[in-house]
Design a protein. Structure first.
Length: 360
């Protein structure tokens, strides 16, 4: 039998391990010893209180709404995340992502799990979320900005989507070092101000420049970019979401993006109910305004980790009419609406898994 190099390599692979799982780096139990074997696995999360009929109702509805185009989002948010919580955490906690200009003058400068984006408005930068710490600002955000010719001193506004450390962690640093104005909702500020004085990371403070958002459709205008802020509580009390104009890098199309501030399931019946309603409300706002671009405060939710790779391979003709790939964030008005409604159904499913009956 003639053995080609390809089949030889394939055979070699079969008798060792799949290449992505280097056996030498796996726990001993996984290499064949039975003692404590199951302890080495990350758990499949059980929900003993689940209302099975409602879980079925919402997951089936979410699956149908997702169709083919949103299947990957459905699978991750409705099944993988709630069932494989620790695996999901492990996969996204610590990977780096390249700083990338994803729309004209709009840059991703965060890491794989936690988003931080910068918008060059022509009159300074607006930053959307700040990662988890000053250290992440120094080692990830500032080098990311430098790649595109900016420094921290260009930052004018820092929008904090909500009061979790992976979003506000670097905000204090940006205030202290560059005098940036921190923008957060009234409930977000309230939660940050209730933290212990020794909280780590230290939260931003409501100084003279800080802005408190108290009502829907509050605008932050800088240069030629207006970000419109909506109050979307549920993930936390103080969660905000945004509509912002973006321009396709290759086609020049002017588009409207929605950036949802917090779609990870909250924990109580009350907050899950509020969260489901906020997602539905923002879905209607986004559709009315013709938002077609799907962005999130977590790259694990808007699939930017994958999209960054796709846009690097994307080319269009000179007129920008024909491209070899669509812009992966520009999912379309109907699809973005369906994504938000599907996220709401996943939240309702999660409530049902926890045995909660939602009042609305
Ligand atoms: Zn959060
Ligand atoms: Zn988060």
């Amino acid at each position: 039998m003639k053995t080609t190099l390809a089949t030889a390599l394939a055979l070699a692979t079969i008798v060792t391990a799949c290449p992505e799982h280097d056996a030498a780096e796996r726990p001993a139990a996984r290499q064949g010893r039975q003692a404590n074997l199951l302890a080495d696995y990350l758990p499949y999360v059980e929900y003993p209180q689940a209302q099975t009929a409602n879980v079925t109702k919402y997951v089936v509805a979410a699956r149908k709404l997702a169709g083919d185009d949103l299947y990957a989002y459905f699978a991750r948010d409705c099944i993988y995340q709630p069932r494989y919580v620790k695996l999901d955490d492990a996969a996204f906690q610590s990977a780096l992502a390249p700083a990338t200009e994803v729309f004209k003058n709009f840059y991703f400068v965060g890491q794989a799990a936690w988003s931080s984006s910068a918008y060059d408005t022509g009159d300074g930068l607006v930053i959307y979320d700040t990662l988890a710490s000053s250290a992440e600002i120094e080692s990830i955000v500032l080098p990311g900005l430098a790649k595109f010719g900016f420094t921290g001193h260009d930052i004018k506004y820092v929008l904090v989507s909500h009061e979790h450390f992976d979003h506000y962690g670097g905000a204090r640093y940006l205030q202290q070092n560059f005098g940036a104005a921190v923008v957060a909702s009234a409930d977000c500020w309230k939660a940050l101000e209730a933290l212990s004085p020794t909280a780590n990371p230290a939260p931003p403070v409501r100084d003279a420049k800080a802005i408190t958002v108290t009502k829907d459709a509050t605008e932050v205008k800088l240069g030629n970019v207006t970000t419109t802020i909506y109050l979307t509580p549920g993930h936390t009390n103080g969660t905000m979401s945004y509509l912002l104009p973006v321009t396709d890098l290759l086609t020049g199309d002017r588009l409207l993006a929605g950036m949802y501030g917090g779609s990870g399931a909250s924990r109580t019946a009350w907050s899950l109910g509020v969260q489901a309603v906020s997602l539905e409300r923002f879905a209607n706002i986004a559709r009315k305004n013709k938002a077609s671009v799907l962005l999130s405060s977590h790259h694990s939710r808007d699939r930017s980790m994958y999209n960054i790779e796709e846009v690097a391979l994307r080319t269009c003709d000179k007129q920008g009419h024909k491209c070899n790939l669509d812009n992966p964030w520009n999912v379309g008005v109907d699809t973005y609406y369906r994504w938000l409604m599907m996220e709401s159904l996943c939240i309702r499913a999660q409530a049902a898994r926890g045995g909660f009956i939602l009042s609305q």
